[in-house]
Design a binder for this molecule. Sequence first.
Ligand code: NAD
Ligand code: UDP
Length: 328
Amino acid sequence: MKGSTMRILITGAAGFLGSHLCDRLLAEGHTVTGMDNFITGSPDNLAHLAGHPRFSFIRHDVSNFIFVPGRLDAILHFASPASPNANSPRGYVNLPIQTMKAGALGTHNTLGLARANKARFLLASTSEIYGDPIEHPQRESYWGHVDPNGIRSVYDEAKRFAEALTMAYHRFHGIDTRIVRIFNTFGPRMHLDDGRVVPNFLSQALCGKPLTIYGDGQQTRSFCYVSDLIDGIVRLLYSDIHDPVNIGNPTETTILEFANSINRLAGNSAGIVYKDLRSEGDPQRRQPDITRARSLLSWEPKVTMEEGITLTIPYFQEKLGLSGGCCS
Ligand code: NAD
Ligand code: UDP
């Protein structure tokens, strides 16, 4: 499919990842329609596309029947709250029903739309489908260790349902589907107040405050810079791989090491404070096995965590209004 231009629908287009996908697919010459209801995203993320001749936008909740005029060649379903943080109004713990509806009804509606259009379909799944994993690193063949009704279950189980429904449409209706399992990704356009670790740490560090580590900081994550992730997703879209593919950076770090790196890169000397705020089900370890992406997509990340944080700092400085040098 690389080479021919497509008309593409991206749900969740006003979010962090969706807006970067719009940019990349427009840059490749495709015509893009973004869809979003702004429940966790922001029109600011798409403001630069106003007036773009190949971009249009529909404000709509994907949990309701979706109508898009004209023929679509591809649908990328990214609409879903994505932050686990119970202290943020954008966290899925505080949007539990909407999260389940976006993953279940939203996936059903977008798959139905793909069927009606004979369009290819790509689902944004997540490393959370592995739960608090016992196998490490996580390969796509691992079935996970998931709490079916804890506070994170609204996200984890909705995404697991979404994967199952996507494969059912592929097997039963012959829909040309893809599933990307996204691991922790960061970069410009993350929401400052969504409570995820990168916005929290960068906002704190740039304002000269101590970084809040939840628990003892020995839990691990593997952070991928957004341009690498988007490149992996686009390669998957152009491929003909129907089984799930992990996309993420396999360099694993403890949250304590990560906090120290952020303080160093941001020049913050306020240190760290420990808080007893780890959410129920907060995974202890997370690291993608990207053998499948390497071999089938010839993809691997290029940007180190340090390079990515350096590229992200100016965005946070601007959003925090730090050109004038103040934080509230
Ligand atoms: P985000 O909150 O920035 O973007 C999600 C977008 O979806 C928002 O603009 C939101 O308003 C929109 N949305 C939510 N429910 C909707 C609905 N019912 N109808 C229409 N729009 C709706 O989050 P993100 O980090 O960009 O995540 C995008 C996708 O990637 C999500 O599906 C998420 O599960 C997945 N993902 C992200 C990460 C990551 O590290 N960022 C990791 C794993 C998976
Ligand atoms: N975390 C933290 N301090 C913060 C925010 C998050 O120590 O201010 C921890 C959180 O408990 C988790 C890790 O950082 O162990 C990653 O959290 P995030 O919310 O970014 O996403 P998750 O990977 O849990 O989905």
